[in-house]
Design a protein around this ligand. Structure first.
Ligand code: PLP
Length: 399
């Protein structure tokens, strides 16, 4: 018998990276030396003290049973203490912090707690795809909010139709931003809180890259804004900060009703994160900040190699202040999928077309800094060798 998929799966956008994946595999099969600037996953290992703590905790039988649904109190306390050190805002670990199995899990489940069928969810475009998917699975109505270069890739809140704003239940924001690397100012976050109060909208802020920032820049939290905690939930993750993407450990902070709603969904969906992972997470959150500083120094060096290298070739690439993404306007107005295909075919470099993150990502490609400096130098050298062809497209396509 046939097994047709549920409508909600058909509603998700097509997998735009499938073609790139095919081309990447073909290049690997030809034995080419592929440089992968497509993945947003740290290449460096988790620091040893965190691994040691996991190993030790895994040997304790007290940690072998179901953990608590809301997360170990010790982890939530460590998260609250980290948050207060970092942002100067205090949290009640019992009601304003929730352990997550990676922030993707929380981001995906959150709309299930507050969205009824047909409810409007404001989703940035371009964006991390999970905001849209979570809204679709909750049978909500995701409405794209364009992030444009002319607005520093902030949503233009004044341009949102008042009827849409009135109907909206959740506004997603993400700073430092993936894929644009744009960074919120405290002033912008104040506008977001105003907007949320005026229209009675929940603000959900994804801060997965809060610690990956350069040159002394410290990304602000919504909870630093007066009244911010009333309207918001903020997602924080250990994944990118401590090279722990595979571990699946993160936390949400913010308004207690929003935290309780997400917690209620989670008690039905999962049974919490393995305690040794939470215990190792405590070690990470309490660890000397120098492990993060060393990581940032590495990414910064890579960022400068890539951005300065491309700009020396006449590209026009802004230097990100935070995140490990470089958001690159396609030279000479090329289409993003054309440019990523050309880079892969002629230089064996994998990048991501901006349109894969939403229609307003067209005209850009994304490169990541999760590759060794020498490989980034090699990538720039390969692009230089291609010369102008890569900028304007192959000769036969020129009219
Ligand atoms: C990587 C990433 C996350 C998810 O991180 P987890 O590993 O699930 O904590 C969330 N948001 C954005 C924008 C990301 O790039």
């Amino acid at each position: 018998m046939p097994h047709p998929l549920a409508e909600r799966l058909n509603k998700l956008p097509p997998y735009l990276f499938a073609e790139i994946d095919k081309m990447k595999q073909a290049a690997l099969d030809r034995g080419e030396d592929v440089i992968n600037l497509g993945v947003g996953d740290p290449d460096l290992p988790t620091p040893d003290p965190i691994i040691d703590r996991l190993a030790e905790a895994a040997r304790d039988p007290a940690n072998h049973q179901y953990p608590s649904y809301t997360g170990m109190m010790g982890f939530r306390e460590a998260a609250a203490a980290w948050f207060e050190r970092r942002f100067g805002a205090s949290l009640d670990p019992a009601t304003e912090v929730l352990t997550l199995i990676g922030s993707k899990e929380g981001i995906f489940h959150f709309p299930l707690a507050f969205i009824d069928p047909g409810d409007t969810v404001l989703v940035p475009d371009p964006a991390y795809p999970v905001y849209h998917a979570g809204a679709v699975f909750a049978e909500g109505n995701p409405i794209p909010v364009p992030l444009l270069a002319e607005n520093d890739f902030f949503p233009d809140l004044d341009a949102i139709d008042p009827n849409v704003a009135k109907a909206a239940k959740i506004l997603w924001v993400n700073y430092p931003n993936n894929p644009t690397a744009s960074c919120a100012t405290l002033e912008f976050l104040e506008k977001v809180v105003d907007f949320a109060q005026k229209h009675q909208i929940i603000v959900a802020h994804d801060m997965a890259y809060s610690e990956i920032a350069y040159d002394g820049y410290r990304p602000p939290s919504l909870l630093q804004v007066p009244g911010g905690k009333e309207v918001s939930i903020e997602f924080h993750s250990l994944s990118k900060t401590y090279n722990m993407t595979g571990w699946r450990i993160a936390f949400a902070v913010g308004n207690r009703d929003l935290i309780a709603g997400l917690g209620a969904v989670k008690t039905n969906a999962d049974s919490g994160q393995f305690q040794p992972i939470q215990i190792a997470g405590i070690t990470a959150l309490e660890y000397d900040h120098s492990i993060v500083d060393d990581l940032i120094a590495k990414y910064k060096e890579r960022r400068d190699v890539l951005v300065d290298g491309l700009n020396a070739l006449g590209w026009n690439v802004p230097k990100p202040k935070a995140s490990f993404y470089v958001w690159i306007p396609c030279p000479d107005g090329r289409k993003s999928t054309d440019l990523t295909a050309a880079l892969l075919q002629h230089a064996a470099i994998v990048t991501t077309p901006g349109v894969g993150f939403g229609q307003h990502g067209e005209g850009y490609i994304r490169m990541t800094l999760c590759t060794d400096k020498s490989r980034l130098e090699e990538a720039v050298a390969r692009i230089e060798k291609l010369g102008d062809e890569i900028r304007s497209g192959p000769q036969e396509q020129a009219s």
